[in-house]
Design a protein around this ligand. Structure first.
Ligand SMILES: [Zn+2]
Length: 447
């Protein structure tokens, strides 16, 4: 077993209550990330299409989080939060082509130190090993087809081949599904599940990466828009089935009673709610509200729902706590286990960030030429753009974020602006390196 030094030296917190299952104190861990799957499209969260029958079944035995927030709206920073327990101001993998900061312990490293076999099967270019999220995985399978997407069934198949040889000792397996990401091409019969009366020409291929709607003023007919949503929902339904199949197979290996399972997503997807499509360029609710379910075979949280705000950064400390492992010092997330007992949620804000993507600016114009920071509480969301624009929404009265209150409530806006500055001021240097745009947040005049 590796010694407790080097990048893991800050793993010095107190270990919690040990986990006791059929195999002693070490449960297996299965973590599934559904790329680009927003909570609003899951029947688990009352969506009107039956997109997630399997997750609903799992929810009856597991713990559901009703207000889970992604710390960014694109793949790399959100997964970095998931795997490190840090927000984008704290983990370094916050910019296009940036890399996870050295020295931050990852979930894979933490369990590997306990003797786990660790493996990841990922399907997106921004999760390739070069970005640093492979740290701690014995096997990091980022081999994806150049032209076609890797399907959830293919991810499962690769994971299954690995698992057959590694399940005799405790394991951590990370599955990343990409089917709900553009282009929306769910396999049959999932491409035909919804919107069956549609007679137009729109397909996942013709929409591809949304070129027709990304330019200012680009539009879709409502029928075409609805059809894209139907294809996307079909892909979610497909992933739901694949999660069910994977866990059923796991059960056939005898691991239904000794495996913790977490299902979540890295961000959502926009379908014109605020004039945008896709993701990676905004911090509205459709882009950041994600599913989160935790199944603990010991029954903690079984059939329960927690409705306070949590974020991807809370998952690592929560899993450590459930597994009886020390939570790394410096974790920005919090274990949610105490809230299953008698702890009262503290209404901690969640901090979000998305940087500008030069390729989008070049292809689609200046409306993408901005970085966005946001602070979200259960009641408020404050968004600040590097262009100086501010947005403030009362989420309880205006969950669709239609009424910008920033000018009407300047003191509230100024307060949140200050909080954002403070949060960034406490982060590591990689975030604060001078960048042409960066001074905009700090030079902002008090609103
Ligand atoms: Zn993603």
């Amino acid at each position: 077993m590796p010694s407790n030094n080097g990048p893991l030296k800050n793993l010095s917190g107190q270990e919690g209550e040990a986990w006791f299952g059929p195999r002693g104190a070490l449960p297996n861990l299965v973590l599934v990330s559904m790329d680009a799957v927003g909570a609003g499209h899951l029947s688990l969260y009352s969506y009107d299409r039956p997109t997630t029958p399997y997750l609903q079944e799992l929810a009856r035995k597991g713990l559901v989080f009703n207000q889970a927030i992604a710390n960014s709206c694109w793949t790399l920073p959100s997964h970095a939060s998931l795997l490190t327990g840090r927000d984008p101001f704290g983990h370094g993998a916050s910019f296009r082509y940036s890399r996870l900061r050295e020295g931050l312990p990852t979930l894979a490293q933490i369990v590997k130190m306990k003797g786990y076999a660790t493996a990841a099967f990922v399907s997106a270019p921004y999760l390739m090993a070069r970005y640093g999220l492979n740290r701690g995985f014995d096997t990091y399978n980022d081999r994806m087809p150049v032209k076609e997407k890797r399907t959830a069934a293919e991810v499962n198949q690769a994971a299954w081949a690995w698992l057959k040889d590694h399940h005799q000792r405790p394991f951590f397996i990370f599955l990343h599904y990409f089917d709900a990401h553009t282009p929306y091409l769910p396999p049959k019969p999932f491409q035909d599940l919804y919107d069956t009366a549609y007679t137009g020409e729109m397909t996942g291929e013709t929409f591809a990466n949304g070129e027709q709607v990304m330019k200012e003023g680009g539009q879709l007919s409502e029928a075409d828009r609805r059809h894209l949503v139907a294809l996307y929902d079909g892909a979610i339904t497909y992933e739901d089935e694949q999660i069910g199949l994977f866990l059923k197979k796991l059960s056939s290996l005898g691991h239904s009673e000794d495996t913790l399972v977490v299902i979540t997503a890295d961000h959502g997807e926009a379908f014109g709610e605020h004039g945008f499509y896709l993701h990676g360029h905004g911090l509205y609710e459709e882009l950041i509200k994600i599913p989160l379910i935790l199944f603990d075979p010991q029954g903690r949280g079984a059939g329960r729902t927690l409705s306070h705000q949590v974020s991807l950064a809370d998952i690592l400390p929560t899993l450590c706590d459930f597994m009886g492992l020390a939570i790394p010092e410096g974790s920005q997330g919090k274990s949610q286990l105490p809230y299953l007992r008698d702890a009262v949620p503290a209404e901690d804000p969640v901090y979000l960030y998305v940087d500008r993507f030069p390729m989008l600016i070049k292809k689609y114009g200046p409306r993408f030429d901005q970085d966005l920071w946001a602070l979200r509480t259960e009641t408020w969301k404050y968004i600040f753009s590097s262009t100086g624009r501010q947005e403030l929404y009362h989420l309880k009265e205006d969950p669709g974020e239609k009424i910008n209150l920033a000018e009407h409530l300047p003191q509230q806006s100024a307060y949140f602006h200050q909080e954002l500055q403070t949060a960034i001021g406490e982060t590591d240097r990689s975030f604060k390196e001078p960048k042409p745009w960066f001074s905009s947040l700090f030079s902002q005049k008090k609103p």
